[in-house]
Design a protein around this ligand. Structure first.
Ligand code: PGA
Length: 254
């Protein structure tokens, strides 16, 4: 099944007002519009979401949140709900990023509830999974990632509305990337786990992104791997020129 590429930038806790200019430079580099054959998403910090949604209105570029609370509203100081992100103009929200799993103790169950909250608010959740180096060294990478997918994916929803990001924890921000063979094997395992949860058709429809030190110089090779439907890019999404080079490295349909 042909799946549309999604190139997503995760700015993490980077970006003051001036960073909006960087998004403007990206739109310029793209010739004023998102490409016809792929989706481009930027997930800035929550403080920039509404401004960037306005800045990018009409360009076809999408904006997303980096996390959401499982509830729509309430006494949860400091949290942002999926409804709030949607209200600010987001179309997507990252949930279960390994930094949140590590820094905030987020479990698969919590991630599943956040993904369900995103769907309830009309957002597409980008559900992150990935093994640690210890998991990989123990030969357990596929098992761990498959279990994360089973545990973090809401069962009762249309799978076409989900995105999965496979990000080996040891490859994030380290300059190390998994080998092409490992990425292909992990994406196949992730898709099989999805098909087991959601059925074969749904499993085939979900986009699975690769993330972890995707850069201009390795993007073409990574995006060409069978089963890779795009990238979740951290550090290299902060500079328009780098992110544009990654977007330009995608394989073109036909
Ligand atoms: P990186 O981050 O590209 O800086 O490795 C990827 C991510 O954490 O989503």
């Amino acid at each position: 099944m042909a799946r549309r590429m999604l190139i997503a930038g995760n700015w993490k806790m980077n970006g003051l007002q001036a960073a909006r200019d960087e998004a403007g430079r990206l739109v310029e580099a793209l010739g004023g519009r998102a490409p016809d054959d792929a989706d481009v998403l930027i997930c800035p910090p929550a403080t920039l979401l509404a401004d960037m949604a306005r800045d990018l209105d009409g360009s076809g570029l999408l904006v997303g949140g980096q996390d959401c609370h499982a509830e729509a509203r309430g006494a949860h100081t400091g949290d942002v709900s999926a409804e709030m992100a949607a209200d600010a103009g987001a179309s997507h929200v990252i949930v279960g990023h390994s930094e949140r799993r590590a820094d905030h103790g987020e479990t698969d169950e919590m991630v599943r509830e956040k993904a369900a909250a995103a769907l309830r608010a009309g957002l597409t959740p980008v559900i992150c999974v990935g093994e640690t180096l210890a998991d990989r060294d123990a030969g357990r990478a596929e098992e761990i990632v498959s279990a994360q997918i089973r545990g973090s994916t809401p069962g009762s929803v249309d799978a076409a509305g989900l995105v999965i990001a496979y990000e080996p924890v040891w490859a994030i921000g380290t300059g190390r990337t998994a080998s092409s063979a490992d990425i292909a094997a992990m994406h196949a395992a992730a898709r099989a786990a999805l098909a087991a949860v959601k059925g074969a058709d749904a499993g085939a429809a979900v986009r699975i992104l690769y993330g972890g030190s995707v850069k201009p110089d390795n993007a073409a090779a990574i995006l060409a791997i069978d089963g890779v439907d795009g990238a979740l890019v951290g550090g290299a999404s902060l500079a328009a020129a780098d992110f544009h080079a990654i977007i330009a490295a995608r394989p073109r349909p036909g």
